[in-house]
Design a protein around this ligand. Sequence first.
Ligand SMILES: Cc1cc2nc3c(=O)[nH]c(=O)nc-3n(C[C@H](O)[C@H](O)[C@H](O)COP(=O)(O)OP(=O)(O)OC[C@H]3O[C@@H](n4cnc5c(N)ncnc54)[C@H](O)[C@@H]3O)c2cc1C
Length: 453
Amino acid sequence: MKIAIVGGGISGLSLACELMGKKRDFDIKVFEADKRPGGKIYTEKADGYICEAGVNGFLNNKPATLELADRIKLPPVRSNDASRKRFIYTNGALQQLPESVSKFFMSNFLSLPGRLRMIGEYFVPQAYKDDETLENFARRRVGREFFEKLLDPMASGVYAGDPSKMSIRSCFSKVYDLERKYGGLIKGFMVLGKEAKRSGKKVEAGPGGTLMSFSGGMYSLIETLVNILGERVIMGKAAKGIEKTSGGYRLHFTDGSTYEADCVVLASPAHNSADIVRDFDRSIHDILTTIPYPALSVVSFGFRKEKITRDVGFFGFLVPGKEKKKILGTLFDSSIFGERAPEGHVLMRTMVGGARASELSMLDDEKLISLVRNELADIMDLKAEPDFVRVYRWERAIPQYELGHYLKLEALDNALAKHKGLYLAGNAYHGIAVNDCIANSVRLAELITSERL
Ligand SMILES: Cc1cc2nc3c(=O)[nH]c(=O)nc-3n(C[C@H](O)[C@H](O)[C@H](O)COP(=O)(O)OP(=O)(O)OC[C@H]3O[C@@H](n4cnc5c(N)ncnc54)[C@H](O)[C@@H]3O)c2cc1C
């Protein structure tokens, strides 16, 4: 059976790798538009720095990436313990995020009324809806201060999103389910806590887990997969259209060539997949174009250690929207993972843009660098000139799961049911993290194998 996968990001490559192990007669091809594979995963190595252009790592509280790494014999590396310390910029200063729930209640991270309001969540009546924005949900259940100081920056840290538009059901499904199933978050944690105690497991309120990567950065994962897949991966080949044939599908490429397959997986970003199906199925095209991808830039600075006066031996900091700053946050990469900067140097990466300030990320290099320098001077008194500078631009970065995202997924499932052997994959649908992409690829490989055409 011939299987064509469009898109050589982690979704497409992990799917191909998974399918390879399923059946000997699977003839798999991955068509990647770019000259290099990996999509949002790319690690630049320059001047002794190992610098992530996009994806920084993955959490070990979900098994998908670790299991894949194990299968392809690529040892993961764990982030340093220093990186457990995280900060939030609030009321004009960096404030450390307490590391446990009990420390959180004892600290003055939130005001006393803010903490009492949070505990009062226990008494907030259940009022879950089919979907709700993260902001409405959070204000209703845990109060304004908890939302503004903690959940809002988390939303920009993970999704570069706008909480007034993000879907609680699709972005934080576990939290949404706590209200739906148990009547509230504290009530839910109490039930889950008791169950976990019985089974000896741990319940996590937030994303939890420890950040992991690979020696040499996240791109090692892509390089290893591409090595394993060999000539199955074809670079510089952009699909532009698709049509049905008697037994399957014919893909059309921008270079005028075509490829016929029994089964086609579009693992390209939703807007690219929309272009490919435009003349094939308008309804799929129209739904895909409603998934926004705001722009985001990553500005990396390297410094000689002696230029930095304050402690940067921690994970980094996030900036809540209400602080009206121009950056989303900064990660101290050389503190998170070893060997990211040459001896005696420090590497940090700052995110600019996202759903609330997409236009800022598209400033020209000079303005963007100066914006980040001004913000770092203000937030952490870092006025020194960086010795190493890189700007990575993602014009369409992270797909946004907005209010009603689940309805788009239902409509896509219905529309795809008419096209046996055609599938959508990638981070636009059921989870944006690398772990989700890989877990979804494992499931899709299983489905394709079981549905053998
Ligand atoms: C700045 C940034 C930081 C991030 N950090 C993290 C992180 O630390 N941890 C985490 O878990 N997730 C992170 N993410 C999310 C991450 O992007 C995804 O989890 C994952 O990498 C997406 O993989 P993908 O294969 O689904 O899509 P992509 O990586 O977007 O890959 C899609 C591929 O399809 C190709 N393509 C597009 N059109 C065509 C066409 N017509 N024909 C052929 N090929 C085509 C593209 O060139 C691309 O290579 C981050 C994202 C960004 C932007």
